[in-house]
Design a protein around this ligand. Sequence first.
Ligand code: CA
Length: 243
Amino acid sequence: MALKPRILIVEDESGIADTLQYVLSTDGFAPVWASTAEDAIAQFSAELPALAVLDVGLPDLNGFELFRRLQALPGGKQVPMLFLTARSDEIDRVVGLELGADDYIAKPFSPRELVARVRTILRRSARPLTTAAPAVTAPANTPAIWALDEERRQIRFYGKLLELSRYEYGVLRLLVQKPGRVFTRDELLLQVWGGDNDSFDRTVDAHIKTLRAKLKLVAPGHDPIRTLRGSGYALSEELPETL
Ligand code: CA
């Protein structure tokens, strides 16, 4: 069974705390209740909750000060916090948000609304942990001009996967990594062919030629590889963003 997310409720009014514990536990959370700031700090230190709900009006410390103290504890900044405030004036809200709290709810509130808010915050805060940025990213609608995936040894050109031979991939990979940089034939031979003495300048030229033909199929009318007479090749930096 998956571990239920622990929700720390800091609220001095037992009626409200009871209601919150009830709705949260029926919704699959594991609520824990602290009636004072001191108790909250102790519980928070003992085990970091997935989220903390803080009443602003507490007997021993106001919720904003408690928020600062909880944030200062080890791991405290990673815990989303939601303020409960009985004062509906804007100042409380603004102050709450300027502190960097994730949200606030003005009393009186519907317990269902609070649970929905808790769910939203947890979903939002979980995102950076669950989705590590992939090596190659391209916006959904406009693919990057070049996308290099070294793990798969693949290169996309305007979103289209190129079918490349081993050496074609090796040459284009170098060019794509440093657009505009001029690579001499000797450099390409050394880095792609490993300085094989049997290889000649013509080998490089032949691969550039087949590469160009493949790129032309994707982007007719454009030549992404510039030839610098006497010196070598470079990736053009003058391609349009989209075709
Ligand atoms: Ca209170």
